[in-house]
Write a protein that binds this ligand. Structure first.
Ligand SMILES: Cc1cc2nc3c(=O)[nH]c(=O)nc-3n(C[C@H](O)[C@H](O)[C@H](O)COP(=O)(O)OP(=O)(O)OC[C@H]3O[C@@H](n4cnc5c(N)ncnc54)[C@H](O)[C@@H]3O)c2cc1C
Length: 453
């Protein structure tokens, strides 16, 4: 329901002189409605949300009421996506005020969090209580529900994306009903990486493990030839490994190797396949201050302060930027990297940095790593919108022979017809989303174009 419709309802009731309880039209806006939300943009500022109304419910009951009564709507997390995936033509339901860690179940080895909790909101407390998540993305600033909904990932040949830690979730369906979907539920593989298409998630139960410490070692100027000759060994050199490159000069500018202290890691020395050990903390983007990055130089620290590249309380990455990321099968990584390197003269003018990571296969229908051990080739772009959007089809065509799948939360141009070939269960995903949401309440332009077709 639009802000104007609330006013219309009020006017009709007052003019009639009778106060009628209307089934789907209250006489006043819900208290969760944010007055004068103003112009609202995503984190990067490259997308302005079209939704007229923003709601910030504080209880699950409020979420249920809103979902039930609003026609067109979409859940909104911490706004870190670079495209319109979190937008709606009418209403956005923000989880900003549903941000608590709810409880730790030591017997089941799980933690319950509200959907709008950002990883950085509860990770320190979880660690203090002796537990850890298996992995984190490059930044702790994103909500758990938003990250899982888009298949957000960190790195590591044996690490699945962040959604793989979900044990169950509570979902408010289009009719306002609250349901729990756990790993035994047949819809679980569709709903977890759900793109916001099934309803509003209010709570997630995540698998935890005993807390661990991590050391982070960074090496500079790794020859590209070493990457092509030893890709599997290099990416397996730590629990989580990232390669940063601008594709120029035949080298990877930085290698970030995160190793668990409980695996008793050896000293890697000063020479890593021809790369030199860094002598100070480094930002992945040359010239940017290192104050925002997690500590390096092999100094052990808690998992939540080493697995992300960037620290809570600081701007992650560059801030004024765009991002794209493409997934290809890990066993074709070297071919794919060389194909991208051949585009370096077109890419470089608009690029801040690329990052190469690995992610283990999972079973989520809309996950870019669905049944496929993957390598992710990421691009942090300068904010050159038109030039970047013109370049993406060339990158997508170059990676087409590898069956490329895009990151749902970043910029890409592939549409539903192609994506349904790349994501073998995407048609099933759309059919199930249709059953959960027959009136298409959650179906925004992004979903129509990229998923439903
Ligand atoms: C600086 C930066 C670094 C990044 N690093 C990484 C990285 O390392 N790895 C990676 O994979 N990605 C990365 N990303 C991308 C980012 O993590 C994802 O796009 C993620 O989805 C953002 O979460 P969010 O809470 O901001 O979600 P939003 O952008 O707010 O929403 C994303 C989607 O989730 C849905 N959603 C949100 N909350 C709910 C809910 N409660 N119920 C149902 N659906 C919901 C929305 O409807 C929307 O479809 C990065 C982004 C930035 C800006």
């Amino acid at each position: 329901m639009r802000r104007n419709d609330f006013l219309k309802c009020t006017a009709v009731t007052v003019a009639g002189g009778i106060i009628l309880p209307l089934a789907s039209c209250s006489t006043r806006p819900p208290s969760a409605l944010v007055e004068s939300p103003g112009v609202r943009q995503n984190w990067a500022g490259n997308y302005t949300y079209r939704a007229d109304n923003l709601y910030e419910p504080t209880t699950v009951e409020e979420v249920q009421d809103l979902v039930h009564r609003l026609d067109r709507q979409k859940a909104l997390g911490s706004r870190h996506c670079f495209n319109s995936i979190a937008d709606s033509p009418e209403n956005q339901i923000s989880t900003q005020k549903l941000n608590n860690m709810l409880g730790l179940d030591e017997a089941r080895q799980t933690v319950d969090v509200q959907a709008g909790a950002r990883y950085g909101d509860f990770a320190e407390e979880l660690h203090a209580r002796g537990y850890a998540l298996h992995n984190l993305a490059s930044l702790p600033h994103i909500t758990v529900a938003g990250a899982c909904a888009t298949g957000t990932h960190g790195s590591g040949v044996t690490n699945g994306n962040l959604a793989t830690s979900v044990v169950s979730l509570n979902l408010v369906k289009a009719d306002g009903e609250l349901v729990t979907i756990d790993r035994k539920h047949p819809d679980f593989p569709a709903v977890v990486v759900g793109l916001g298409a099934f309803g509003v998630v209010t709570r997630l139960t995540l698998a935890v493990q005993p807390a661990f410490e991590v050391r982070q070692d960074v090496f500079t100027d790794l020859p590209l030839a070493a990457v092509t000759d030893h890709f599997q060994a290099i990416m397996s050199a730590g629990y989580s490994v990232s390669l940063f490159t601008d594709w120029m000069d035949g080298k990877v500018s930085e290698v970030w190797i995160k190793r668990r202290m409980d695996a008793a890691p050896d000293d890697l020395g000063d020479d890593f396949y021809g790369a030199r050990a860094a002598t100070e903390n480094l930002h992945p983007i040359a010239g940017l201050s290192n104050e925002a990055v997690s500590d390096q130089l092999g100094r052990p620290g808690p998992w939540y302060d080493r697995l992300p590249h960037f620290r809570m309380g600081f701007t992650p990455s560059a801030g004024k930027e765009l991002q794209s990321e493409y997934f290809v099968p890990r066993d074709r990584a070297v071919e794919a990297l060389l194909a991208i390197e051949a585009l370096r003269d077109q890419i470089h003018p608009h690029l801040m940095i690329s990052e190469i990571r690995t992610i283990a296969a999972d079973e989520f229908w809309a996950s870019p790593c669905y049944q496929q051990d993957s390598v992710a080739i990421h691009f942090t772009w300068k904010p050159d919108g038109p030039e970047v959007m013109a370049l993406l089809p060339r990158i997508e065509a170059t990676l087409e022979p590898f069956g490329v799948r895009p990151h749902w939360g970043k910029l890409f141009t592939l549409e539903a017809a192609t994506l349904r070939q790349r994501y073998p269960r995407l048609a099933d995903f759309a059919a199930l989303a249709d059953r959960y949401d027959p009136a298409g309440k959650f179906r925004n332009d992004f979903l129509k174009q990229r998923v439903f077709g």
